[in-house]
Design a protein around this ligand. Structure first.
Ligand code: PMT
Length: 222
């Protein structure tokens, strides 16, 4: 039955931004609101899946029937994604994880400097890449937020992170990407299928993505 497309499936989704602390009052982050990831979680639950949602700090209510785990930093998201990864059938990383964090953090508020302040940053772990290395039966789907050469960069991420599919999000398109209620994406799978999804609500985009993922799972049972 199509309304229970994901019955019996275990789905893990990451959503939202991460926050990388500098001191007790300051952090680095990005524009993600969690809307895309929460739409995926809500839709997966509605389609009959057992859903775990690992979320960065966002202002959204937990969708009905979804098990939610809250995290703040990229390091915490990494830990929780690894905890919940085993045994999942479908894993989708829509979170906008910080690529860099401050090398040094301060327990007391940093006082104003006389002139410029340089904050040295170091790379965070690429969670998706780690999950790609540890893949068992999971159908692993990444997102790619891009501003230019979107298909080329998306393809590179699909291959380098050992993904089964990638959802490419050109964040320069009006009404798509960060914070909007709508989105427009390109779905690319590892067998070279490329589907352009027209602008629609994030809920409808989520529904279409699960239909495409489900087709892939049928074509290539794991
Ligand atoms: O939350 P909204 O406001 O609704 O916005 C939705 C969105 C624009 C955030 C979403 O649609 C989106 O594109 N998410 C991916 C954002 C992103 O960080 O893309 P990226 O190209 O930098 O990363 C590629 C992939 O690697 C992503 O799946 C990301 O989760 C993952 N990654 C990145 C860095 C890192 N350290 N660990 C990761 O796992």
């Amino acid at each position: 039955e199509s309304s229970y497309l994901l019955k019996g499936k275990k789905v893990l989704i990451s959503a939202g931004p991460t926050r990388e602390k500098i001191d007790p009052v300051r952090f680095f982050t990005n524009h993600s609101t969690g809307k895309m990831g929460f739409a995926l979680a809500e839709e997966a639950a509605r389609l009959g899946a057992e859903v775990t949602l690992v979320s960065g700090p966002v202002q959204l209510e937990t969708p009905r029937g979804v098990y939610r785990v809250n995290v703040t930093s990229a390091a915490e998201m990494y830990d929780q994604m690894l905890v919940h990864y085993p045994g999942k059938d479908i894993v989708i990383k829509s979170a906008a994880v910080a690529d860099y964090r401050p090398v040094q953090t301060f327990d007391k508020k940093l006082k104003k400097q006389k002139d410029q302040l340089a904050v040295e940053m170091e790379r965070t772990t690429d969670i998706l890449k780690e999950l790609g290395n540890k893949k068992d039966k999971q159908y692993l789907v990444g997102f790619a937020a891009e501003t230019n050469d979107v298909i080329d960069y998306g393809k590179t991420k699909l291959v380098s992170k050992n993904l089964d599919a990638i959802v490419i999000n050109d964040v320069t398109v009006e009404g798509a990407g960060f914070a909007s209620d709508t989105n427009q994406v390109i779905y690319l799978n590892s067998r070279g299928i490329e589907k352009h999804l027209a602008i629609a609500s994030k809920k409808n985009i989520a529904r279409k993505l699960f239909e495409l993922i489900n087709e892939d799972l049928k074509d290539e049972p794991k």
